[in-house]
Design a protein around this ligand. Sequence first.
Ligand code: WAQ
Ligand code: MG
Length: 270
Amino acid sequence: MSDHPLLNIRMHASRQGRHLSGGERLAGGEELDDLALALLRRALEHPRGADRISLTVEALSREAIRRGRLPDVHTFLVDDYRQGRQAAMALLRRAGVGEAAARAAFAALSRGPAPDGGNMRGAMLIDAASGARLEADPARGVRASRMDLSPEAARELDRELTRLGLDRRRVREALVLAAKVMATPGIVAELCWSDDPDYTAGYVAAPGLGYLRLPHLKPAGEGRGGRAFFLRCSIADLAAVVTHLQLTPVLFEEIGRFHPPRAWEGSCHE
Ligand code: WAQ
Ligand code: MG
């Protein structure tokens, strides 16, 4: 692999067939040892204890790599998750998501989006107009994959997140994922909150609006979470959307602007 310029390193950990944790990076061969070890450690340190861990390393051709910039970040302060969800609803509507579709996403994430009420490994695909679920496998969902930051952008982002006192790895991964999703033609918005019981923050991301953080989108202690990608495309284009999400490698070489947090006031977001 060492003569291949860019590698995609992916980790997936599960327990009794249920998704626990995943992660991935894009890097040159000289970083493979460190990154693979870091991903393996993360899987081993999962509090619920994995009984299966897979690491995949795949060489990518440099010509296939797209370049991009991370979205700007806005934080809207909300009192609790109810207000957070109201804000998320308003932001999704602004991004062009229909009310029924947004409601379908909130309902699914609240009850556990997989058919058995558990968490999914990937995201739901939801028709932004009708609210119909479009992913072929509603237990697994669709995983956005093959995206990362350049080393320079990663260092810069790390400094910003440290300055802001945010969870560096978590927010970095969410920003990179949201950036890839927003760069996918046919996707109008994303809604996300974590499946980690002690992490209540989530976001709405949409092209033109940016990455809109809400510190509370679920009550503390809640272990159900996930992601919804809202689509506005024909059924004929669905396969191309999924292929782009999963396979097109994107490297983000610039970070976005971080706006100071401000109170959510219903509708002002300029
Ligand atoms: N593609 C699609 N869906 C994914 C992916 C992926 N690559 N990775 C995770 N998911 C789905 C999966 O269903 C997880 O259960 C769910 O997302 C949540 O993942 O600004 O921590 O890693 O403060 O728990 C967002 C707020 C934190 C960050 C999100 O998500 C901030 C988070 P988690
Ligand atoms: Mg998690």
